[in-house]
Design a protein around this ligand. Structure first.
Ligand SMILES: *Cc1c(COP(=O)(O)O)cnc(C)c1O
Length: 482
């Protein structure tokens, strides 16, 4: 019978697996970006029951190569241009390793003082790195917390907004007979509607505000009209979610106007910058955050584009009391002197789960390893690669760029139409060297190329373009002229 892994065994196996990850990163570019096996292939390679006796680590490394790798979509592959990136880095992985080894539950300050205080300071560091408004810092009335994802950030912002809109009655009575409403643009992320459903508002309480067809940004006048109509109809507007960098095309909603309207109606303004927020480490890209001083909460995902492995969403509120009073519940078994002194942060009151791991370590490791300069170089490099790709597309009149592209996402299509654009996506993905996904822009099919893997270089951009260009020639030669 196998007992616990001794520290010496851990050291040996740990070194082997660190080598395995390092080898993976060295060779990831040589794999097809996506697996070709049909569904069920990975499960079929696993035994159907666990071993009766522990079999230690014998063969485990070989099984990772034989069972796991062939079933992987390689998000760190230099040809991964799908969705948005989920990049990671050596310092992030090592920070996670230390956090896993410490195995702490940082639900209360008292259950993990270092987990709590490092997190508070890291969120303040990030706020200064992005030059966020003072009101979000822990030194003012606000503060930051790590959520698992931007979806959870949207949920807790919605709950805080409900608490405010109900004048504190939501906490005791729930939705009751009130008709609460939530606002985002037609381009807002699906997590906003999901948050409204979980909160009990339901999708009929969600208003999708129209956007400008050229910029795909929310129209402030349409937001004001929707709010006024709902108030006149007896609804209680709970939260407006504005987006910096929409998922479809990276559109930027006009925060200064939206913020003024929210102040006029007394509605909680949450700003979702899940992907594009990271760009604000570069002063030349901070224009996107103008008006953020009018927001009640803000989030972005270091786990998308800031070299910090999933999961790490950074979420800030301007008034921490508003969030804590919406979420806090104090059972007897959690009572403790530090909490009662009022001098500490208990992060359990800032998010849905009670338990929380020490995710601030990976942020600390990343921020110390790269520094502001290293992170700026990372973002600037990707923005430059995306602009290089856009230049290729713009110079070819068979193609068109369908949306502004200030960050590292370019949305484009074949002028020949939806069917041709759809086959273009199939062909580029069938090469196994690149992986792009699609969206619809003003009703038309468009390909998305999102740069974000640390290993992507100019030669990948140029090769992807040359494959796309050749595939376009084939498609246009095959299709009847219209
Ligand atoms: C990716 C994305 C989300 C969801 O992010 P998770 O952290 O995976 O929940 C939310 N909003 C926007 C704008 C996004 O691009």
């Amino acid at each position: 019978m196998a007992g616990h892994m001794t520290p010496d065994e851990f050291r040996r196996h740990g070194h082997e697996l660190v080598d395995w990850v390092a080898d993976y990163w060295s060779s990831v570019g040589s794999f097809p970006v996506r697996p070709t096996d049909p569904p069920g292939a990975v499960a079929a390679r696993l035994p159907d029951r666990p071993p009766a006796e522990g079999d230690g680590f014998a063969g485990l490394r070989a099984d990772l190569d034989a069972i796991v790798l062939p079933g992987m979509t390689h998000w760190q592959h230099p040809g991964f241009f799908a969705y948005f990136p989920a990049n990671t880095s050596g310092p992030s992985v090592l920070g996670d390793l230390v956090g896993a080894g410490l195995g702490v539950q940082g639900m209360l300050w008292a259950t993990g003082p270092a987990a709590t205080e490092v997190e508070t300071v890291m969120l303040d560091w990030l706020a200064s790195l992005l030059d966020l408004p003072e009101r979000f810092r822990s030194t003012s009335a606000g503060g930051g917390v790590i959520q698992d994802s931007a979806s959870s950030a949207a949920l807790v912002a919605t709950l805080a907004g409900l608490h405010r809109a109900g004048g504190g009655t939501w906490r005791t009575d729930g939705i009751g007979g009130s008709r609460y409403t939530v606002y985002t643009s037609t381009q807002g992320h699906s997590s906003i509607e999901k948050a409204a459903r979980i909160a009990g508002i339901g999708e009929t309480g969600v208003r999708q505000i129209e956007v400008d067809p050229a910029t795909l940004a929310m129209r402030p006048a349409a937001l004001r009209a929707a709010l006024a109509a709902d108030v006149a109809a007896g609804c209680r507007p709970a939260v407006v979610v504005a987006t910096i960098g929409t998922t479809s095309t990276t559109a930027v909603d006009p925060l200064p106007e939206i913020g003024r309207i929210c102040a006029e109606f007394g509605v909680w303004l949450h700003v979702d910058a899940a992907y594009a927020g990271a760009a604000a480490v570069c002063p030349e890209l901070r224009w996107t955050h103008s008006g953020l001083e009018l927001a009640d909460s803000y989030c972005f995902d270091p786990h998308k584009w800031l070299l910090t492995g999933f999961d790490c969403d950074a979420f800030w509120v301007a008034d921490r009391e508003a969030l804590v009073s919406a979420l806090t519940v104090m059972p007897e078994y959690l009572r403790n002197v530090a909490t009662e002194s009022g001098a500490v942060i208990d992060y359990r009151d800032w998010s849905v789960p009670l338990g929380r791991r020490f995710r601030a370590l990976k942020l600390w490791f990343v921020l110390r390893w790269y520094g502001a300069a290293g992170l700026q170089a990372h973002i600037r490099g990707h923005v430059a690669l995306a602009q290089r790709f856009a230049t290729h597309v713009a110079a070819d009149d068979r193609f068109e760029i369908v949306a502004p592209h200030p960050f590292s996402l370019v949305c484009f299509r074949l002028r020949a139409g939806d069917a041709a654009s759809e086959s273009l996506l199939e062909r580029i993905n069938a090469t196994g060297r690149y992986y792009l996904t699609h969206t619809k822009v003003n009703g038309a099919y468009a390909l998305r190329l999102a740069v974000g893997a640390p290993q992507t270089t100019e030669s990948h951009i140029d090769e992807a373009w040359s494959l796309l260009s050749t595939a376009a020639s084939d498609i246009l030669a095959d299709s009847p002229k219209s």
